[in-house]
Write a protein that binds this ligand. Structure first.
Ligand code: XIL
Length: 370
């Protein structure tokens, strides 16, 4: 396949980024997300990478956001698909383009059971030993975190290690090979590779119920074992009319009471009914109705706006504990909720597919006013 379109796209994106820098958005800062919350916390978006965005999308990103998270390209399967073969082209471009746009980077993610190649856990035709799995994990972290030392502000060190059901920790391949040791060791390896980066444990549904209690238990365990954890990432994949505000507030306070920073790392409000409230990536649903293919009815748009505004007001109330609030996707057309847990036309974010602001944008900006 010809590399020409890729090269052309990269050249185009770099040019757009340069133009934007020259023309850095300074007007009306309080009418942008990052301007409205400048005194409170960083405002982030997850994106594939800056060079996959069109000029209008880059402008949106640079105007409203102060932080970016790579949605997929820094996951283990992308960085080290084969043992010892590190692939840094996409992540190098991400880091350099984000810096040119003046954006902080939230690294995602060093250790996860999903999007992680099987070789980590194999030795010939056997299961790899505990020591080998840990050695490979440390090596992966050292190479990736070390490469961007000083340039990535925060890392999701371990993602989704807590069990959704009766167990404390998820029975992942990491857990089966090492028990809880991989979590402790992942934090230590990340700290060694970049002593200044803030290190987070990241998970979904840890704002509520039993999973919040397990998260506290994990935090205490990590602290007892000398793991250098700085913060907790509450993913925040919530659904319309079911946002658990009180639970979220308790979680923010409980995590802060453990001496940790809090980030909201993957916020979206799903508006198309789905089977489960939890954000387990392995959950898949059969094809079903696609109720809003042409846009969201105005009553739903308004409810979404109200619920986002109430959430940001809550985050603002606890701004002394919160570092960062990141939405998972730049606009509705770029949300993973269009294809997970099944294909449907979703509308979870602040801009629609035509990049027009939805009521939620102004509602959230207004929620920042005293
Ligand atoms: C998702 C990406 O958005 C998708 O593009 C990919 O196909 C699967 O992963 N929790 C996480 C994220 O921590 O990494 C997931 O991202 C969404 C759920």
């Amino acid at each position: 396949m010809s590399r020409l379109p890729v090269v052309a796209a990269a050249f185009f994106a770099v040019t757009v980024i340069q133009l934007l820098r020259a023309d850095a958005p300074t007007a009306l800062p309080t009418n942008t997300l990052k301007g409205a919350y400048a005194k409170n916390f960083e405002i982030g978006a997850a994106i594939p990478s800056p060079d996959t965005l069109n000029p209008q999308e880059v402008r949106l990103l640079a105007t409203h956001f102060s932080s970016v998270t790579p949605e997929n390209i820094m996951k283990p399967e992308a960085i080290q698909p084969v043992e010892g073969r590190f692939v840094f082209e996409a992540s190098d471009r991400f880091v350099s383009d984000a810096s040119k746009l003046g954006l902080q980077i939230h690294g995602h993610t060093l250790v996860w059971h999903s999007q992680c190649p099987a070789w980590f856990f194999r030795e010939g035709d056997q299961d790899a030993s505990r020591d080998l799995v840990l050695r490979r994990m440390r090596e992966h972290i050292a190479k990736l975190v070390g490469r961007y030392k000083g340039r990535i502000a925060r890392w999701d060190v371990v993602n989704e290690a807590i069990d959704d059901g009766e167990y404390f920790l998820r029975k992942s391949k990491w857990f089966k090979a090492t028990g809880e040791e991989f979590i402790v060791e992942a934090f230590k390896a990340a700290r060694r590779a970049d002593p200044k980066a803030l290190l987070y444990y990241n998970d979904y549904s840890i704002d509520s119920g039993a999973k919040r209690e397990k998260a506290i238990r994990l935090i205490k365990l990590l602290k007892n074992r000398g793991a250098p954890i700085d913060g907790v990432g509450i993913q925040g994949h919530w659904t319309l009319d079911s946002v658990p505000y009180d639970e979220i507030e308790k979680a923010i306070c409980d995590f802060a009471a453990e001496g940790l920073r809090v980030a909201i790392t993957e916020l979206d409000i799903d508006v198309v009914p789905r089977g489960s409230g939890a954000a387990d990536v392995s959950a898949r649903e059969k094809a079903a109705a696609d109720p809003y293919p042409d846009g969201l009815p105005s009553d739903r748009l308004q409810r979404q706006a109200d619920q986002y505004a109430r959430l940001y007001a809550l985050f603002r109330k606890h701004a002394d504990k919160i570092d960062l609030v990141t939405v998972w996707g730049l606009h509705d057309g770029r949300s993973w909720l269009n294809y997970w847990p099944r294909a449907r036309t979703n509308h979870p974010l602040f801009w629609n597919r035509a990049l027009e602001p939805k009521p939620a944008l102004q509602a959230v900006i207004d929620a920042a006013r005293p």
